[in-house]
Write a protein that binds this ligand. Structure first.
Ligand code: NDP
Length: 296
């Protein structure tokens, strides 16, 4: 068997187009646009690239982009004051604080200062609780992107056995909650899971979010399963730097029914879902119907 490739790059482009059409209608009818504020503290090179990409794509879909680049030594109170200002700003519908923050700042406190209705990363404790109890929330972007691709590929996920490898708060746990919300039978695996290969082989849907290059090999994949590879790992191979996932693509693609590649799978969907979440936050703030196909 050779797996169908789930093209995250193309799906992300389609999702951005969908968002852009909504934004265009909002601009025509309401003479305003959803706004996303991104806050970066310090000069971490990877974070700078992410923030730049977020800003560019926000503008490309017609939204307003507000960027705040703060010095690495910014105090907790100054950062909190900025977030409170953005919470009160009617032009800002989504707020994202780029993580990781420098070590002297308390990330939990900072994230929980964001108005939950503007928390487009879905990390505020209120949104975590709402998602966990199956209520309307802002959903973390990476697992939302995975869910959208799975729904697009399968239609209904009800009754499928899903295994999520990884239990982080930003990927593994919310991914499991979303799959449960779509009536999958969900197993969460982690570093202490016994016989991980056997657990993975039970999955109709296998999501790998571990941060270990190519850990999930083809012999862990049930024939015909759908494999979602969240991992982004930079490794050196044949003297060159290369991006690989948490799944060993070549062997897994021979067994799986469908698979996301790295790069070009889950990664592009993350920013697309950030834009979708900003649009959703705008619609909720204005009492408008939620955008179709862009929420959990
Ligand atoms: P974390 O390091 O926060 O969590 C990793 C999880 O994997 C932990 O729950 C850990 O278990 C588990 N794990 C680690 N080693 C093993 C192992 N040998 N066997 C089984 N489980 C293991 O990572 P994140 O969730 O933040 O990210 C996971 C991956 O996804 C990374 O590669 C990251 O770069 C990528 N990522 C990609 C994004 C995208 O946009 N595509 C966005 C966010 C992340 P335990 O809890 O027991 O320690």
């Amino acid at each position: 068997m050779t797996a169908t490739i789930i093209d995250g790059k193309a799906f992300a482009a389609k999702t951005r187009q969908h968002v852009a059409e909504y934004v265009s209608t909002i601009k025509t009818e309401r003479h305003e646009a959803p706004g996303l504020a991104v806050v970066l503290v310090g000069e971490d090179p990877a974070s700078q690239v992410y923030v730049r990409n977020k800003g560019t794509q926000t503008v490309e879909v017609g939204m307003e982009s507000f960027e705040y680049k703060l010095d690495a030594n910014t105090s907790q109170s100054d950062l909190v004051a900025l977030i409170e200002k953005l919470n009160a700003d009617p032009k800002v519908h989504g707020i994202l604080v780029q993580l990781p923050l420098p070590p002297h700042l308390n990330s939990d406190l900072v994230i929980n200062t964001i108005d939950p209705a503007k928390d487009v990363d879905g990390f505020h404790i209120s949104n975590v609780g709402l998602l966990g109890t199956g209520q309307k929330s802002m959903v973390p972007c990476t697992p939302l992107g995975c869910l959208m691709m799975l729904r697009d590929h399968h239609g209904s996920l009800a009754g499928m056995n899903a295994v999520v490898v990884g239990r982080s708060n930003i990927v593994g746990k919310p991914m499991a909650q979303l799959l449960l919300g779509d009536s999958c039978t969900v197993t969460i695996a982690h570093s202490k899971t016994k016989d991980l290969g056997a657990v993975c082989r039970s999955a109709d849907i296998l999501v790998a979010a571990v941060g270990r290059p190519e850990m999930v090999t083809g012999d862990w994949v049930k024939p015909g399963a759908t494999v979602i590879d969240v991992g982004i790992n930079r490794i050196e191979r044949d003297g060159k730097m290369k991006l690989v996932g948490d799944v060993h693509y070549e062997s897994a693609a021979k067994v799986a029914g469908a698979i996301t590649p790295v790069p070009g799978g889950v990664g592009p969907m993350t920013i697309a879902c950030l834009l979708a979440n900003t649009l959703t936050a705008y619609c909720r703030a204005k009492g408008l119907p939620e955008p179709v196909g862009l929420t959990a």
